[in-house]
Design a protein around this ligand. Structure first.
Ligand SMILES: O=C(CO)[C@@H](O)[C@H](O)COP(=O)(O)O
Ligand SMILES: [Co+2]
Length: 215
């Protein structure tokens, strides 16, 4: 089943309530981009925003931690999210990080930067719930999709099937109705999209159009 997770990074923060209420019936969850100005060259928002949204929106929350040393913050971020996605490149002890997320009862996802090989995840695929293929260099919304990400999705799907695992393939960055079909055919089933949804005239309809393309 295909899922669409709008990234709130591209929403109008002054009108966040209106922005999120208009997509809540069509989106399958919300994607929260947390950036620390260290792992990535940008600072976004932290747990107070996620908490505030959580108090008013009954949706699935996937928090994408673009922060160094995520282990230090798992306890805090686990309070208001359903899944935490940490970067392979941001921690030296990924197995420990994954276990810490799962001990909190959350789903655990690993994100990899465009240059990072999917094969580096080979030994931990059986203990995670999802792999997030970054199809832009993390740090900003509204960037162009990096084409070689499609081959990474295909290779990852082969690897997951070879191991007979139930790991979702997510893709994040430059995703829109124009490329979703190709990404789906490559093997992704969970799509994170920010600017294509929130910068459109009718965000809910944009999500429906994306889903129509992969029916
Ligand atoms: O994690 C990130 C960027 O670092 C993403 O989640 C973006 O927020 C997606 O935005 P678009 O590329 O769809 O505009
Ligand atoms: Co993201």
């Amino acid at each position: 089943m295909v899922k669409i997770f709008p990234s709130i990074l591209s929403a109008d923060f002054f009108n966040l309530e209106k922005e999120l209420k208009q997509i809540q019936n069509d989106a399958d969850g919300l994607h929260m981009d947390v950036m620390d100005g260290n792992f990535v060259p940008n600072i976004s928002f932290g747990n107070p925003i996620i908490k505030a949204v959580r108090n008013h929106m009954d949706m699935y929350f996937d928090t994408h931690l673009m922060i160094n040393n995520p282990d230090l913050y798992i306890e805090e971020f686990s309070k208001y999210s359903n899944s935490l996605t940490v970067h392979y490149e941001a921690t030296n002890h990924l197995d420990r990080t994954i276990n810490a997320i799962k001990e909190k009862g959350l789903k655990a996802g690993i994100a990899i930067n465009p240059h990072t090989s999917i094969y580096l995840l080979e030994n931990i695929l059986n203990i995670i719930d999802s792999v997030l293929i970054m199809s832009v260099n993390p740090g900003f919304g509204g960037q162009s999709f990096i084409d070689y990400s499609i081959d990474k999705i295909k290779d990852l799907k082969v690897l997951i099937e070879k191991k007979n695992l139930n790991v979702s393939i997510q893709v994040d960055g430059g995703v829109s109705k124009d490329n979703i079909k190709e990404l789906f055919e490559a093997g992704a089933t969970e799509f994170i999209s920010g600017s294509a949804i929130f910068k459109s005239e009718d965000p809910a309809n944009e999500i429906r159009k994306m889903k129509d393309r992969v029916k």
